[in-house]
Design a protein around this ligand. Structure first.
Ligand code: N7H
Length: 466
């Protein structure tokens, strides 16, 4: 069974949020930090508390009250450099990508930059070129609630006073988009629909991908690939991969406009909309194209019994319905790997995503210029029991790998059109001429990130704080 009082709230349930502040920092005075941490730990929101918060929000909504309840939640995670700085032995975390850190992985992730394997300098925000020891993030209903909580946290660590133990590296504020765009990322697509359903936690799973064992997400449980060797303090923790991803929204829109799918009966606008849906694998409404191939049916996205119930096995498949390279097919290939001839379990490749948008809405000036001027995108964050098997594998071996999924052979599907890095082209966008190759500019640009570990409450209290 899962100890919901011991697992940080973001991992299994996601902290409720309209806005979220990420505070990346270095630990400058280890002794002081570890003692101040004892005051901080009681603030950390657990899974049990998040479930309670969610019920409060639900009840409030049921009463027809549209105002938001003032609420905030804090979680914390450490990088390997952070554990090393504190002298905490994290060897049983046993994950090469985590140990090396994301900056050392940037070349393999194919982020932009200069130099080769051994002298690579990624083109990242300067903050992420520095060592980051830890991340504290605060979510809430409003900037007011979040800032208040953030100030409480900073006071504990003495930020701004002479008795501080930490040094800020970067603060990033993310916000759910306004009005009807709430829940949609900056390209306009509804996000957060398909996250793995966890055995023993999600009691009423909706039809969709197979449920995963809790150990695919939480260390020290059935399904954890290193179950037998974990030190007790890492049990109930989870790895958190963070990526600072900028989105070129105007360029994405221009690309759709210039390359409408030439399907008979569609206006150019409808052809452009279809191209967008075929790049993602879902319409902007969230409806999977596997269930509504050539025309959106927004009702499907609203129905949780339907909106994730597809496997890329619809009749006439082989790219007619959904390109092999479509973002949701590349990152969760479902039947492409689960069914014969491959028949693999996808369990260790499932990640739980918790992102939030950052940056302003597209401005009038940008619309007029037809190009991106302001920085905006996704603060991508996902949990898994292994960075190597999870996020890093999906990015390197699936999204960036033109031959994936292998069932497409001898055809070469190409790159994930959103996040694929390398020789950016794909096939399959035109249902009637699926071999036509479409080269693409870069729509998503990585400007940094780090690999973290989100410890349990017990791990924080008994091993890290002192
Ligand atoms: Fe993706 N997007 O808005 O187009 N993603 N993603 N992602 N993504 C998904 O099913 C998006 C990124 C996954 O189970 C949806 O919830 C954007 C990275 C996975 O069917 C949409 C960015 C990685 C899934 C987007 C981005 C992933 C998924 C459909 C970057 C991992 C679930 C909504 C700016 C390496 C697949 C949904 C499944 C879904 C978008 C990044 C992975 C709309 C804009 C870096 C596993």
């Amino acid at each position: 069974t899962l100890d919901l009082d011991n697992i940080q709230g973001d991992v299994l349930s996601g902290l409720p949020k309209k806005t979220q502040t990420y505070f990346f920092f270095q630990i400058t005075d280890v002794k002081l930090f570890r003692s101040q941490l004892t005051q901080f730990v009681p603030l950390v929101k657990t899974t049990a508390q998040v479930l309670k918060d969610r019920k409060t929000i639900e009840d409030h909504k049921k009463k027809g009250d549209k105002t938001l309840i003032p609420m905030s939640s804090v979680n914390i995670a450490f990088s390997h450099k952070g554990f090393a700085q504190m002298g905490v032995d994290d060897s049983t975390l046993d994950d090469t990508d985590f140990q090396n850190g994301q900056r050392a992985d940037a070349f393999n992730l194919r982020d932009n930059g200069t130099g080769g394997q051994n002298d690579f300098v990624p083109d990242w925000d300067p903050a992420f070129m520095q060592d980051i020891h830890a991340l504290i993030f605060v979510s809430g209903d409003s900037h007011k609630s979040v800032n208040k909580k953030m100030q409480q946290v900073k006071d504990i660590f003495g930020v701004g006073s002479t008795k501080t133990s930490i040094k800020e590296v970067k603060t990033i504020v993310g916000d759910v988009r306004p009005g009807k765009e709430a829940g949609h990322e900056h390209f306009g697509f509804l996000d957060g629909i398909s996250n793995p359903s966890v055995i023993g936690f999600d009691k009423n799973p909706q039809p969709g991908p197979k449920q995963i064992q809790s150990g695919a997400l939480i260390l020290g449980h059935e399904g954890d690939p290193n179950l037998s060797s974990r030190a007790p303090w890492v049990v109930d923790g989870s790895f958190l991969a963070f990526r600072y991803l900028f989105q070129n929204v105007l360029e994405f829109d221009n690309f759709l406009r210039d390359n409408p799918v030439p399907l008979a009966g569609l206006t150019p606008e409808e052809g452009s909309e279809l191209l967008g849906a075929r790049l993602v694998g879902r319409w902007k409404s969230g409806t999977p194209i596997d269930l509504a191939p050539f025309k959106d049916d927004p009702e499907i996205s609203k129905n949780p019994h339907e909106n994730n119930d597809f496997r890329f096995t619809a009749e006439g498949q082989f790219q007619k319905i959904c390109p092999f390279a479509a973002h949701v097919r590349k990152t969760n290939p479902r039947a492409d790997l689960e069914d014969p001839p491959i028949s693999a379990s996808l369990q260790k490749r499932r990640i739980t995503r918790r992102g939030v948008q950052f940056g302003p809405e597209v401005t009038k000036e940008e619309r007029k210029a037809g190009k991106t001027i302001e920085g905006r995108g996704l603060l991508f964050a996902c949990y898994q029991t292994s960075i190597e098997d999870g996020f890093a594998f999906l990015q390197k071996s699936w999204a960036n790998e033109p031959t994936f999924p292998p069932g497409a052979a001898p055809k070469i599907p190409g790159l994930d059109p959103l996040i694929g890095q390398g020789d950016r082209k794909l096939i399959g966008t035109d249902p009637n001429n699926p071999d036509v190759e479409l080269p693409m500019p870069e729509f998503v640009v990585s400007r940094g990130g780090e690999y973290f570990f989100s410890p349990s409450l017990k791990g924080l209290r008994e091993t890290i704080a002192m």
